[in-house]
Write a protein that binds this ligand. Structure first.
Ligand code: PEP
Ligand code: MN
Length: 337
């Protein structure tokens, strides 16, 4: 980190600032030029508060030369992380396909979809039991009954289950969920992230609707800082000025995150597209960009789905897509596990 001081700063104020910085365990390289005085901060600066430095009154500008995240940073962990969940691997060459309905609606619906996606080669089953809906009048999910149905579907198909948590108060109820999903709307629920950091459970962290890539990585850092490195990141589209699609799949996020971080990254083309026919082209793009997996919504009767029917594939469409996904993933050096 580089701190540029105000030309009019008094030596006394500069000394005070330097003592404060050193007090936080950071070394300083002091450089006084004809135009500017600059402090080069050496060591781990991740815990330094830029705004606090600026508030000292003697600082003209602060520039970070290294990223504010440490544990998720590839710089300190060059090899890809592989997350194991329910006996399946994700990342470091292992490609995941997490498929299932947006929400668990009934035993018949879930079991039909679960059996179908298993037959087609999905590696995990998804299904929301607790749904974060924009309207309080929309279907909110079957809640604990939905969790029980997911357990039943796991017992029958052998697929690990992925489902969304809404609050840290639910952690006990989610103790046997294979991958706990943090939805886009909760990406910056920091208490939840901290609790998941202490839980040691595999976490699927989705990017917020308007979150930058750095904010997503900082949210993952919360979980790793608690001692849990079983984190999978998910690009699911962001909000832009475009109105013809539900969200804009930020495909550049995949190579950028893979360059910056060792954590696996998957893509959710369903929530990005908002419309079923676009799931296939976006899935192809995701694999080509280097994604470690896909999360795809599948419904046995999309027309009557209680949530996100328009973007849901039928089991037959999903089966078709899977042949292509398997070939393309293999071509890119990844295999379904
Ligand atoms: C979901 O995957 O069910 C979901 C609600 O997605 P997101 O949080 O990305 O909107
Ligand atoms: Mn959905």
């Amino acid at each position: 980190m580089i701190v540029i001081l105000r030309p009019e700063a008094s030596q006394e104020a500069i000394d005070r600032l330097m003592a404060q910085i050193r007090g936080q365990g950071v070394e300083i390289h002091y450089s006084r030029g004809a135009q500017e005085t600059i402090l080069g901060l050496i060591g781990d600066t991740t815990h330094l508060d830029e705004d606090q430095l600026r508030a000292s009154g003697v600082v003209a500008d602060v520039r970070r030369v290294s990223e504010p995240y440490k544990l998720v940073n590839r710089r300190f962990h060059p090899q890809d992380t592989r997350v194991m969940a329910g006996g399946r691997a994700i990342g470091a060459g292992a490609f995941a396909v997490i498929a299932g309905p947006c929400s668990v609606e009934s035993e018949a619906q879930l079991l039909e979809v679960a059996r179908a996606v298993k037959r087609s080669g999905a590696t995990c089953l998804r299904g929301g039991a607790f749904k974060p809906r924009t309207s309080p009048y929309s279907f909110q999910g079957l809640e604990n009954e939905g969790l029980d149905l997911l357990r039943e579907a796991r017992r029958i198909t052998g697929l690990p289950i992925v489902t969304e948590i809404m609050s840290e108060a639910q952690l006990d109820d989610f103790a046997d969920v294979d991958i706990i999903q943090v939805g886009a709307r909760n990406m910056q629920n920091f208490r939840l992230l901290r609790a998941l950091g202490h839980s040691r459970k595999p976490v699927l962290l989705k990017r917020g609707l308007s979150a930058t890539i750095e904010e997503l990585l900082m949210s993952a850092e919360y979980i790793l800082a608690g001692g849990n490195d079983r984190v999978i990141l998910c690009e699911r589209g962001i909000r832009t000025f475009e109105t013809m699609i539900r969200n804009n799949l930020d495909i550049s996020a995949v190579p950028i995150i893979k360059q910056r971080s060792h954590l696996p990254v998957i893509v959710d083309p369903s929530h990005a597209a908002g419309i079923a026919w676009m799931v296939e082209p976006l899935s192809r793009t995701a694999i080509a960009a280097g994604a470690d997996g896909l999360m795809i919504e599948v419904h046995n009767d999309p027309l009557h789905a209680l949530c996100d029917g328009a973007q849901s594939l039928t089991p037959a469409q999903f089966d078709n897509l899977m042949g292509d996904v398997r070939r393309r993933a293999a071509f890119e050096g990844r295999s379904l596990s």
